[in-house]
Design a protein around this ligand. Sequence first.
Ligand SMILES: [Zn+2]
Length: 436
Amino acid sequence: MENGFDSEHHHQLVCKRIGMLVTIKLLESLQNDFRVLVIGAGGLGCELLKDLALSGFGLIHVIDMDTIDVSNLNRQFLFRIQDVGKPKAEVAAARVMQRVKGVTVVPHFCRIEEKDVSFYQDFQIIVLGLDSIEARSYINSVVCGFLVYEEDGSPDMTTIKPLVDGGTEGFRGHARVIYPGLTPCFHCSLWLFPPQVTFPLCTLAETPRSPAHCIEYAHLIQWGQERQGETFDADNPEHMKWIYDQALKRGAQFNISGITYSLTQGVVKNIVPAIASTNAIVAATCALEILKIATMFSTGMDVYMQYTGTEGIYMRTVPHDKDPNCTMCSAGVPVDVDNTITLQKFIDQLLKDSRFKLKLSKPSVSYHGTNLYMQAPPVLEEMTRPNLQLPLLGLMDGNTSGVLNINDRRLTGVLRVRVTFKEGPDSVDMDTVGGV
Ligand SMILES: [Zn+2]
């Protein structure tokens, strides 16, 4: 029917118009309303800044403490030979603004710890292009510190700050999205970062199976046996050549091929080559996720993307679970206490607890915004000191369970502890305690 066709056509036209309007509004909002923080202006950072600027983000901040080294130039494409020695953040910001019209990139040439927590609070989205686990862990604790839980244990959505994390090592990379309180935080899945690869000495000595085993055998065992008294120097070519020759002999003995001089250098010095394409793929994935978060035009990844380019191309996204007892993002790490426990004894118990031992030195405790005990400043310490001898149950208004916030110099964020009182051997009458 002619009429039907016309109205169908008209409908399509209207949809197209609305679509264009929405697109224009989205673009305006990206340009004017969003503040994105890029942490790191290295291999991933250069890619991220370029991707975000070209995606339409109008205000981007970048923080990096490093200066440009000549060895960066093969992949950190925002830098030129004449930039060597200059701060990465400043050069990267200037170069992106030169190339992309209308974008403002604000550089911060400093350590991430130098910035106040309120600095991080100011951004809607934070993206990490870092190579250190410590730095990731630090930012993770900062954003988890912003998270507030409602009384019913659900996260207060307005306090969730999304974190997008990218990482590369040679041909491998990952990207993930962290909504603290909703998806696993960095600490929930620390197991993803196994300690540096070391080989058991017995494998090296008895059953070598790879070129690296042969090299490590020469490096860790043969050197000490055959060149006693000489300190191995990885920068001495003669030393390296010796390791290489020994590894070759050992390889021949066990029928292992593939030992080269450059592999020997790589294994001994623990060098992982930086691959520009890995950075590009991981940064693009992160930028896409940021775009999804900002515009909500699609659901985000769930939750962890792995990429391997060693042999062929392999990419997959796997969901991970939150650690219900995570000290950073959970509603509280469960701690059972005797219902007669005093605040002082409770603090002692925390300090002895293997889960917190390394994280706490002098904890301060608060409950529902009330300071139960503060280690500093001296005035507050003195004011709250009498509480130390009081029963914790009474200080928590007689509630048989509840969440305490623990602050400590060693913590970056807050540690939430969910206390449940258990009847101890010499428990007290609950009514009496409630009345304290
Ligand atoms: Zn967590």
